[in-house]
Design a binder for this molecule. Structure first.
Ligand code: XIL
Length: 470
């Protein structure tokens, strides 16, 4: 299905449309060659690696103030491959005084994440809540201008560092109306949301642009239908929207319901990615966590899950103990259920047709890696390592390295800039200063490790530089 199937006869316009064509071309190319590649079935042992093996991410909200807590960062660095700033990218944090932007705390989080191969979701550019005081008291065209300037400035500042933005957060009303929430932004005119998306598109044409909300999980709810109708309308009119975020704060008043999967797949059928963006569940029942993950895995365009904090003590709803780790950092039963559901789930189909407009431009000139025999590295101190291609997606690919000759090994692998390793499994990675050379050490998980490389336009196969027995 293409955007034009929704009744729009105009050609897609603007930077996003151009990106979509290139991405579609790359996806088609990748899909074509992926059909000839073997896939791996090794189970991951951390949330991020298990999700990455299935073409998805597993993220968490991060508070800059907690980055000095060693127990916190140990879990963060081990388990997650996507990060959302819990408060540090909100309007009150990034523009505390009008026209004076402040990015220190946000950058701390972005740098922590990106230097370790994690990606970043931006949260959030426009919202009725957590506005700076100067904005709260504004209205009319002055507010509209200030909001658009904020979107432009912040999206421009983080261009290239944020894979997806919650452009607009929580703009729909609770209850039975199915309409917009009253707010100072809404009172600037009903088109404020699309204006924000167009400004974000112009500022960062490559970031995925999402609408994000809560209480939109139950397919029968008026609010869910209201958001659905807006997204359908945006797709029909060519408003640049790529994804819908479901906060999914589940509790006794707003419980998980079994039609959640219908909600996710119905939105996906509009031609957007869907993501679970702020998951927490009162009491953290393992069965409910399992169901949520299974629902996402059942929808090919559900490409990531983010929990809203790491340990219960980090949660904004700490008394509900809604997260995957106890306050002492130990894994809860819900953690095991989530990990198993990720490992048991299907991979995003690599042979799926491009979901955007078919390519009308020439495919990229850089050829993807071929299925040539695996690289044989120069012999190291008593071991050897061979690298094989495995699953491939439109923007990234997995590689698998098999080590022989030693059980305690250390393998050095290089990727080609601007490639970046975004996830690893079955080994302990460390990076050199450039971030392009990874040393993977055995961690007791056996003699096969794997990693995901974000292609960033370059599909060269990573190279094994050495294997050393220790
Ligand atoms: C919450 C943070 O977790 C708290 O620290 C803060 O005090 C209030 O905001 N929906 C959202 C998130 O989109 O930004 C909110 O985060 C939780 C609800």
């Amino acid at each position: 299905m293409t955007e034009r199937c929704h009744g729009d006869t105009r050609p897609p316009a603007g930077p996003r449309a151009r990106t979509a064509i290139v991405l579609a071309a790359a996806a088609l190319l990748a899909a074509t060659s992926a059909a000839f590649l073997p896939t791996t079935a090794s189970a991951g042992t951390t949330l991020g690696a298990s999700a990455a093996e299935k073409g998805r991410y597993f993220g968490t909200a991060v508070a800059a103030s907690r980055l000095s807590d060693n127990a916190y960062t140990t879990i963060l660095n081990r388990e997650f491959n996507m990060v959302t700033a819990e408060n540090e990218m909100k309007m009150n944090a990034t523009e505390p005084q009008q026209g004076r932007f402040s990015y220190g705390a946000a950058e701390q989080i972005v740098n922590h994440a990106r230097s370790r191969g994690m990606s970043v979701r931006g949260h959030t550019l426009a919202w009725h809540s957590q506005q700076p005081g100067w904005m709260e008291s504004m209205s009319g065209s002055a507010l509209r201008q200030a909001m658009l300037n904020h979107v432009t400035q912040v999206a421009t500042h983080f261009r290239g560092q944020v894979v997806a933005w919650d452009v607009v957060n929580e703009a729909f009303a609770d209850g039975s109306s199915g309409g917009r929430r009253d707010s100072n932004l809404q009172r600037t005119g009903n088109d404020w949301i699309e204006a924000a998306f167009r400004a974000a598109d112009a500022a960062d044409p490559n970031a995925k642009l999402c609408y994000n909300d809560y209480n939109t999980d139950n397919w029968t709810h008026a609010k869910t239908q209201g958001v659905y109708n807006m997204v359908r309308d945006f797709k029909a009119r060519g408003v640049p929207i790529d994804c819908v975020g479901f906060q999914s704060h589940f509790n006794n008043n707003s419980p998980y319901v079994s039609n959640y999967r219908t909600t996710l797949s119905s939105f996906a059928a509009l031609g957007v990615d869907v993501q679970i963006t702020e998951l927490d569940i009162q009491g953290a029942p393992a069965n409910t966590y399992r169901s949520v993950v299974e629902d996402c895995m059942a929808v090919p365009r559900c490409n990531g899950i983010t929990v809203w904090g790491i340990r219960d003590s980090d949660s904004w709803l700490a008394s509900q103990t809604p997260l995957l780790f106890n306050s002492n950092g130990s894994k809860k039963a819900a953690y095991d259920a989530v990990l198993a559901a990720l490992n048991n789930g299907p991979a995003v189909p690599t042979t799926a047709p491009p979901t955007s407009v078919p390519p009308t431009t020439a495919p990229p000139t850089t050829a993807p890696p071929t299925t040539a025999p695996p690289t044989t590295p120069p012999p190291g101190g008593g071991c050897s390592a061979t690298l094989q291609d495995s699953t491939r997606w439109g923007d990234r690919f997995n590689s698998q390295v098999t080590v022989s000759g030693a059980s305690n090994w250390s393998v050095v692998v290089a990727v080609t800039p601007p490639q970046k390793v975004s996830a690893t499994w079955n080994g302990s990675p460390s990076w050199d200063g450039s971030g392009n050379v990874m040393t993977m050490r055995s961690n007791g998980s056996g003699n096969v490790f794997g990693f995901t490389t974000m292609a960033n336009g370059n599909w060269t196969r990573p190279q094994v530089l050495s294997c050393t027995a220790s």
